[in-house]
Design a protein around this ligand. Structure first.
Ligand code: ARG
Length: 578
């Protein structure tokens, strides 16, 4: 079904062409001031300039010739704006058939790299945004017809793993994994829990900072691991499994999922190919014992340092691992685009990696590599959010505290079991909504009370509004009132909802183009507010004009269905009651 606004844009486009002017495209925008109309067309000014005419004259010509079958009123205002009010019959006809549904599939493949958790390290607040934004972008892109492959890109291969294995070796020197003469199979039992793993890493990392010898041992073990020496490699696999299992539990709670659970370790087999390719095509040079690739350009305003390919100690850098991953993806997954949803602070890293890939033709110009950076979640001091005693706030604890706050908002007459289930759903929505609300690249401040406010621009308010719509529809159902048709619109309140709903396609597309979910979160808020003022001003179920009552319930259902789809795109769910 063709979008209503698109149809109107085409009509204006055709009229302008008919009048002999040329335009590339016509864009209608929601009216800035609703007293002037539903939508406005601001495109007359550039035409007036181009054709040296008075904009008001051109605007009048357009209005005069325009097909007004869906239009109640079109006026020329100000210096030459065209304001349009649609007629109710056309809106009613359109919305009687309207369903927000997935777009037809296109042939564009996007690989999305998000999440990026590190094995054996605890997930902290810094990991929230990548998972959240990435998941929502994936759902949005799929909805719009793109083919998406989501890859978690685990950090599972570097020094941290060497450190953890070393610390285990210190504690359990008798483990068969460390016996280099051992020839048999390794035991199948669970040797370590995730909790233990998470405790080990900070201990090992601190020791390495203070003790040169310890660090050297960790280096040796990292190399043994990277050479896939039997015992170390097998132990590593166990560690990865334990860690990934627990990461999955947390991601599950956040409704975040992946098609591929690949990691840096999976890129390892391509590292030699990459280095050979770059060397044999003379893209590398040696500098201070390291092998590097120049990526600066003459027109750079800021200096972009060379990309470090192989460090002087012969180990492979984070950059090289990413290039090897791209090598794998480009050769095996046929992407048109690869998106990286990673903290702004890694933008230099991606700039270097992308430049190196294009310059060396590892990636052809028609494949788009994009770094979608995001800002940090800060505390009130403006610094990345910490626990009260200044420690790292784990994602798990953060979620628990939001859940506690949410529980206060859940109806206290429900059973504990119900309240608990509801609080799970609502707290995730509260956290996600707050996280997706700011424009992607900006920082924001974590404010738990604000995020869980029942009356603010929050996930709680949003879900509450939808639950209220659903319970109204259910009540109608229970009372045997039908709501199959939109017969008529009564006044400003019901009409406002319908007119707002006209924006849905453009909001989804704008969000996609800007790779920012903030348009959807904001739009959902506006929809909820518009509905709530309609709800507060009308007695819906006891309206005695049957056609009007049916129309109102129809609108309620239509809005709830549409909002539910948007909420799901954002990766949130809706409770039955709250
Ligand atoms: N594990 C990395 C980190 O914690 C993030 C990975 C981002 N993705 C990538 N392809 N580099 O910083």
């Amino acid at each position: 079904m063709k979008d209503f606004i698109k149809i109107q844009e085409e009509k204006i486009f055709n009229t302008i062409k008919l009048l002999g002017y040329s335009v590339d495209r016509v864009k209608l925008l929601p009216a800035q001031n609703e007293n002037f109309g539903d939508y406005q067309f601001n495109g007359v000014m550039p035409l007036a300039k181009e054709y040296h005419k008075n904009p008001i004259d051109i605007a009048n010509e357009i209005v005069d010739k325009l097909d007004k079958s869906d239009i109640e009123k079109a006026t020329v205002d100000g210096p030459g704006f065209i304001n349009i009010t649609f007629n109710n019959e056309s809106l009613i006809k359109y919305f009687n058939e309207f369903v927000l549904s997935e777009y037809e599939k296109n042939n564009i493949n996007i690989i999305m790299d998000y999440g990026g958790p590190n094995v054996a390290k605890v997930l902290h607040v810094g990991h929230l945004r990548s998972a959240n934004i990435g998941e929502a972008l994936k759902r949005l892109a799929k909805f719009l017809g793109y083919n998406v492959i989501a890859d978690v890109h685990l950090g599972d291969w570097g020094r941290p793993l060497g450190l953890v294995i070393l610390e285990l070796k210190k504690r359990h020197p008798d483990w068969v994994y460390f016996d280099e003469n051992y020839d048999g199979d390794y035991p199948n039992d669970d040797i370590i829990t995730n909790k233990e793993l998470e405790e080990l890493y900070p201990i090992a990392s601190n020791k390495a900072k203070e003790d040169e010898e310890y660090l050297e041992e960790a280096r040796i073990i990292t190399t043994k691991l990277q050479n896939k020496e039997k015992g170390y490699y097998d132990l590593w696999k166990k560690i990865v499994k334990v860690s990934v299992d627990s990461i999955k539990v947390l991601y599950d709670k956040l409704n975040v999922s992946f098609d591929l659970w690949n990691g840096e370790s999976d890129a390892d087999i391509f590292v030699n190919d990459v280095i050979n390719y770059l060397e044999s095509n003379n893209y590398t040079r040696i500098s201070e014992g390291a092998e590097i690739v120049d990526v600066s350009r003459v027109d750079d305003k800021l200096e972009i340092p060379p990309l470090l390919l192989v460090k002087s100690n012969k180990s492979v850098s984070y950059e090289t691992t990413d290039i090897a991953t791209i090598w794998d993806r480009v050769n095996n997954l046929n992407p048109n685009e690869i998106w990286y949803v990673v903290d702004n602070r890694q933008s230099l890293h991606f700039e270097q990696v992308f430049r190196a890939c294009y310059k060396t033709k590892i990636v052809s110009e028609n494949i788009k590599l994009e770094h979608l950076g995001f800002g940090t979640m800060n505390g009130i001091d403006g610094k990345p959010f910490k626990t009260r005693d200044g420690g790292v706030m784990t994602l798990d604890n953060l979620m628990k505290s939001v859940k506690d706050e949410t529980l206060k908002k859940v109806n206290s007459s429900f059973s504990d079991q119900d309240r608990n289930k509801i609080a799970d759903i609502v707290s995730v929505a509260a956290l996600k909504y707050a996280d997706l609300l700011p424009v992607r690249s900006t920082d924001y401040i974590f404010d738990i009370e604000k995020f869980c406010d029942l009356n603010g621009k929050t996930g709680v308010y949003l879900l509450y509004s939808i639950v209220r719509m659903n319970s109204l529809v259910k009540k109608a159902q229970d009372e045997g009132i039908s709501f199959n048709k939109l017969f008529k619109l009564n006044d400003k309140y019901d009409r406002d909802i319908i007119v707002k709903l006209l924006q849905v396609d453009s909001i989804l597309n704008k969000s996609f183009e800007d790779r920012s979910l903030s348009f959807i979160t904001d739009y959902l808020y506006q929809l909820a507010r518009t509905y709530n003022s309609f709800y507060d001003n009308n007695k819906i179920l006891i309206q005695d004009d049957n056609e009007l009552r049916e129309s109102w319930i129809f609108i309620t259902k239509l809005l709830s269905n549409t909002m539910t789809k948007l909420v799901n795109i954002l990766g949130m769910e809706i409770p039955e009651k709250m």
